[in-house]
Design a binder for this molecule. Structure first.
Ligand code: DQA
Length: 141
């Protein structure tokens, strides 16, 4: 059975109350429940994790390389400046989908650069919470 890991980075634990005009009103817990339901429907295992600690995040990325068959990753602001997160993703050889709830290309210019896009299989940006569910569907195939 496929095992998909979902890794969320800094400030995503604040979803539901954080800039609701940009990120919507669903909490990270609610998103996790939606992903678990979808995973059941698709017949795959899922493991969801969030951290505000970059070192912890990088360790999880490394671990996903041997423990998961696919990775859904939203590194939040690290997307735009963390070479360390980019290098961690380059270390692992499983399909990786970068997800952003908001359309980062329609926002401030500092969000227009993704250091991780070149080392990910694909990117979904701006589809809200559906981005996670679509990435799961893709990785479950
Ligand atoms: C985000 C977009 C990032 O620019 C921002 O720093 C986030 C969330 C998104 O999901 O839209 O924390 O990754």
């Amino acid at each position: 059975m496929k095992t998909i890991w979902v890794l969320n980075g800094p400030n995503l634990n604040m979803l539901g109350s954080r800039e609701v005009d940009v990120y919507g009103t669903l909490t990270l817990n609610a998103i996790t429940l939606l992903l678990q339901e979808k995973a059941k429907e698709l017949g795959v295992n899922i493991d969801c994790y969030q951290t505000n600690d970059e070192g912890d995040f990088i360790t999880r990325v490394h671990e996903s390389g041997s423990k998961a068959t696919g990775l859904i990753i939203n590194p939040g602001a690290w997307t735009h400046y963390s070479i360390a997160v980019r290098d961690a993703l380059a270390c692992i050889d499983i399909p990786k989908i970068e997800v952003h709830i908001s359309n980062v290309y329609a926002r401030e210019s500092f969000r227009h650069t993704s250091l991780i896009a070149p080392v990910c299989t694909g990117q979904i940006s701006g589809l809200g919470v559906d981005g996670y569910l679509l990435a799961l569907e893709y990785l479950a195939k």
